[in-house]
Design a protein around this ligand. Structure first.
Ligand code: ARG
Length: 473
């Protein structure tokens, strides 16, 4: 016997999903929990609404929507944005994602005309558009933060031009360098990072809107028009690629991972330098923490955590690459998993950049200790070998002679600077009076007067060049 539907079943049918037309059963609660993304993609709301408004303006221009309809939808969307920004918007897990939460609210507010918003569009090109707008916005912010950090390094370099320190290879004292030169090495890393983000923008800032579900659409949409309204520099050229491409997400996370790697290297140095054993640097109190048991401790936790958080961001990169590797064209729901790693990498890198810019601005080199160490470990040995080579001794032989000199000093418990001319001459008759004046850290540093070298002249001119290029005060 066929039962007629009861009134409450009608209610159930009305509460069906926006995509629920072909479904007889409602979604299992566990599946809702498993498939929802609104708990995290709601942060895309401002971009989602901007994309929708551009889409509606275009639909009106193309005569697909009437003027009054478009106006009503745009007004509704703006009101929803206000609700979201003021915190009064009620996000619903059962509405799955940011798109459907907003669309549902739109029809609640303005009635069935709200249903026309999605004309000629799919969530597949919609989410691709939202994520691109979001990434573009975040890259602009990261570029600003990278610039602040670079400025801090240049300031350290400029204010401490007379500070000398040992330069290391293999973490063994190698040759004396200017502390400023060391600071500007970090400047270079973060400059390259900025260039990398800038370059990524070329691929990020392209509009996939109008690709629809995967094949394009039969509506006469003006894709160039929406792209222009949204500030994109062009439109994607293949709808199937456009809805499934997340290369720009992977690329952005990689760029974040690279920044973190550089910050982590810096952190490692700051952790070492702030130990009793190195004693090279005083970190600002506000960026260190104490111990709950040992009253004397000042721990470089921020640097340690920067090093640690680098691991998270590498994890984010592994996640996105792994998510993408097995996907057939075109959109697959796996792609929803792009967001959490992306958001995590971006949030982490932004916070790490902010806090490290403050550390770099506030740290103080301990110049006496650095100078003392700059002379240790026979750091002037290369200068002595170069001296002999300049006097015509083949460099390999000069290297051997100075090696023997070092062994001799080690036996005597001396440094090279303690040797007399007579002692030098025992190892080579090419040594003359002037070798003794070579034995100064400044002399050694300033002799490396070559582009990219550590001499004061080179470092000063590099600071000038950077300030000019970056427009630093
Ligand atoms: N939440 C989805 C995502 O992030 C939006 C696109 C859903 N598209 C679909 N056909 N189910 O990828």
């Amino acid at each position: 016997m066929i039962e007629l539907s009861k009134p409450e079943e009608v209610t159930v049918a009305e509460e069906k999903k926006l995509w629920g037309g072909r479904f007889k059963e409602s979604t299992d609660e566990l599946v809702e929990k498993f498939t929802e993304s609104v708990s995290y993609d709601k942060r895309l709301a401002p971009f989602d609404i901007a994309g929708s408004i551009a889409h509606v303006k275009m639909l009106e221009k193309q005569g697909i929507l009437k003027k009054e309809e478009a106006e009503k939808i745009i007004e509704g969307l703006n009101e929803i944005l206000d609700e979201i920004e003021s915190g009064s918007f009620e996000w619903k897990t059962e509405l799955e994602d940011v798109h459907m939460n907003i669309e549902k609210r739109l029809t609640e507010r303005i009635g069935s005309v709200g249903g026309k918003l999605h004309t000629g569009r799919s969530r597949n090109d919609q989410i691709a558009t939202d994520v691109r707008l979001y990434v573009r916005h975040e890259i602009e912010e990261i570029l600003e933060l990278l610039k602040e950090l670079r400025k801090a390094f240049v300031k350290q370099a400029e204010e401490n031009l007379d500070v000398v320190m040992p330069g290391y290879t293999h973490l063994q004292i190698a040759q004396p360098v200017l502390y400023s030169h060391h600071m500007l090495a970090y400047y270079q890393m973060f400059k390259r990072d900025a260039e990398r983000f800038q370059d990524a923008l070329k691929r990020v800032n392209i509009s996939p809107l109008g690709s629809a579900a995967l094949a394009g659409t039969s509506y006469p949409l003006d894709r160039e028009f929406t792209a222009k309204l949204l500030g994109f520099s062009g439109v994607t050229k293949n709808s199937m690629d456009a809805v499934s491409d997340r290369d720009f997400v992977a690329e952005t996370i990689f760029n974040c991972a690279m920044v973190m790697m550089h910050l982590s290297r810096l952190s490692e140095e700051l952790v070492l330098w702030s130990t009793e054993e190195f004693g090279f640097i005083d970190l600002p109190d506000a960026f260190c923490t104490g111990s709950s048991i040992m009253p004397q401790k000042k721990n470089p936790d921020v640097s340690e955590l920067t090093r640690g958080k680098t691991g998270r961001v590498y994890g984010d990169l592994m996640a996105i690459l792994t998510i993408l590797k097995g996907l057939p064209l075109t959109y697959n729901r796996d792609l929803q998993e792009d967001k959490e790693p992306l958001f995590d990498a971006i949030d982490t890198v932004k916070l790490a950049l902010k806090v490290n810019a403050k550390i770099v601005s506030g740290m103080k080199p301990k110049r006496e200790r650095m100078r003392e160490q700059a002379k240790k470990g026979f750091s002037l040995a290369t200068d002595v070998a170069d001296y002999l080579a300049r006097k015509g001794v083949p460099f390999r032989e000069a290297h051997r002679i100075v090696g023997e000199l070092v062994a001799y000093c080690l036996d005597k418990g001396n440094g090279l600077e303690d040797l007399t001319l007579e002692e030098f001459k025992q190892f080579s008759d090419k040594f003359e009076e002037d070798v003794l004046s070579l034995m100064s850290v400044e002399g050694s540093i300033n002799s490396r007067n070559i582009i990219g070298g550590t001499s004061r002249e080179q470092v000063e001119s590099e600071i000038d060049r950077i300030k000019e290029e970056e427009g630093f005060e």
